[in-house]
Design a protein around this ligand. Structure first.
Ligand code: GLU
Length: 505
């Protein structure tokens, strides 16, 4: 068991967009697989046709592509253990249902939904199990000929797992430790439905994990209650020796920490809970996504990695390679993880700073273009390097730096009142003349020569710089002055100064 190859799977059901909790589950599987040089499988659990949603599969795959989570095999990736879409594995499941039936570990039941409802009304806390199954219509309570005749005449039936009461079931979870329960509390779960010739989640999940040689099942806490049943299924098939190890991740909690994170929290507080924007095919309603909200995938990954896991110290910024190296299931917390979306914004800010200026410029370029400005990428990269520390999102760079591209149309009144003195026009005229005379318009040379001039004239540095800023930017914001004039270039700088002198007088 210990020298078994690590093989893990992410196994979503295509019932809608991938929730951010599902993304974290996939990420942890990915980190674990990569750390151990193992395989990550993408399996689609689509046996519940009632819940199938058009486009969900494509959406999920697209999300992982954007996030950079790569699968080694599975739907759309191929591999030796396919097909990986459960709806294409009917014959396989039928074979395993038959094995359980033949060995007496499962039985056929004909009870209609109405009959089941009636029993529930009759018997308090009714559960289909060892104490009630002989009162029901199934192959344990009916003569074999009758069962055969019903099947042959096309009656719909289900196959139920025959759970023996009074057995100890040990669930050993890497995160939660060992828990033993008594099988008597479990009901005879439906494993297969003749109506659509498909297994239920439980049977398909166990058969596939076995056949695909899955070594570890890392999944959300909501699946923890199913774990004892799964252990019993492994036992029934005689697969206990290769049963995967379980790790059930903690819940994601509301930003306030009380209760489970839901889409409504995102709507209420203004953050997405899906990786990509999703349009509901039935209602046309749009839910926002991290990609469209302008998050960098690296930031989302780093943030999610720390929701329920920590590296044992307070390191926060970790790229994917470092996460792969450090990730440890035994360091995952049992307690729920508060979804601190403000922290995610902080991560985005930090990743903008960390990422190369040229890469950010590539992301910023289409925004500049959409604002009707043509600019070369080299100049844009310089602007980005000066401005990116001031924003949380790439699109915010436009508001922060549009003065580089567009000369001021007006001058901010308050700033004018404060910074434009009676003699400002004269002084700016002198400064424009000085700058125009410079052959070397580099930032360093401008700075040296302007300071010399200010000193020789006995002017105040603050006064000159504030007026200078007003002429170039139109208000009081922006980086260091010569960083602005340096990027604008001599011609544009002088033109803006002249216009300001004219307008402000
Ligand atoms: N199909 C289940 C889901 O949608 C898979 C649960 C598991 O990983 O076993 O999450």
């Amino acid at each position: 068991m210990n020298n078994r190859r690590v093989r893990v799977r992410f196994a979503p059901s295509p019932t809608g967009p991938l929730h951010i909790g599902g993304v974290r589950t996939a990420l942890y599987n990915y980190l674990f697989a990569k750390q151990h040089g193992g395989d990550l499988i993408f399996r689609l659990e689509d046996t519940d046709s009632n819940r199938f949603v058009e486009g969900a599969e494509e959406y999920i795959l697209e999300s992982f592509k954007w996030l950079g989570i790569k699968f080694d095999e599975g739907v759309s990736f191929g591999g030796e253990y396919g097909p990986y879409r459960q709806s294409e594995r009917r014959d396989i499941y039928k074979k395993y249902v038959k094995i359980l039936l033949d060995s007496g570990k499962a039985y056929i039941a004909f009870d209609t939904p109405e009959e089941l409802d009636k029993k529930r009304a009759e018997i308090e806390n009714f559960q289909y199990d060892a104490s009630t199954r002989l009162m029901m219509r199934n192959s344990l309570s009916m003569p074999a000929e009758e069962v055969q005749a019903l099947i042959e005449s096309g009656h719909k039936y289900v196959v139920r797992f025959k759970i023996e009461p009074g057995e100890k079931v040990l669930v050993n979870d890497i995160i939660r430790g060992a828990v033993t329960i008594d099988s008597s509390i479990l009901d005879d779960k439906v494993l297969y439905k003749s109506a659509d010739e498909l297994p239920t989640y439980h049977l398909a999940n166990i058969v596939d994990d076995h056949l695909m040689e899955v070594s570890h099942v890392i999944r959300g806490e909501e699946w923890l209650p199913s774990a004892p049943l799964h252990v019993l299924l492994y036992r029934a098939f005689g697969w206990e020796d290769t049963m995967p190890q379980f790790a059930h991740l903690s819940l994601l909690l509301k930003p306030e920490g009380n209760g489970k994170l839901s889409k409504r929290d995102g709507d209420r507080l203004g953050f997405p809970v899906f990786p990509l924007e999703w349009k509901d095919p039935a209602t046309g309603a749009i839910s926002s996504g991290y990609r469209e909200a302008d998050y960098l995938p690296e930031a989302v990954i780093n943030f999610l990695a720390l929701l329920g896991w920590n590296p044992g110290d307070d390191t926060e910024m970790m790229d994917i390679e470092e996460l792969i190296r450090k990730f440890d299931l035994t360091h995952c917390s049992k307690a729920g993880a508060r979804f601190d979306y403000k922290k995610m914004i902080w991560f985005n800010h930090e990743y903008i700073i960390k990422k190369d200026d040229s890469a950010i410029a590539e992301l910023f370029a289409p925004i500049v273009k959409a604002n009707g400005v043509e600019v070369d990428i080299e100049k844009l990269t310089k602007i980005v390097s000066l401005m990116k520390g001031r924003v949380n999102f790439v699109h915010e760079l436009w508001d922060a730096s549009n003065f580089y591209f567009i000369a001021p149309q007006a001058y901010d009144e308050k700033t004018v009142k404060k910074r434009w003195k009676e003699d400002s026009a004269t002084k700016m005229g002198e400064l424009a003349e000085l700058l125009a005379s410079l052959e070397d318009f580099s930032i360093e040379n401008q700075e040296a020569r302007v300071k010399e001039w200010i000193e020789s004239k006995g002017y105040s540095l603050g006064e000159i710089m504030n007026a200078f800023r007003l002429t170039l930017v139109g208000e009081g914001k922006g980086p260091q002055m010569f960083d602005i004039s340096g990027i604008l270039g001599k011609e544009e700088t002088i033109a803006r100064m002249k216009r300001a002198i004219e307008v402000l007088g």
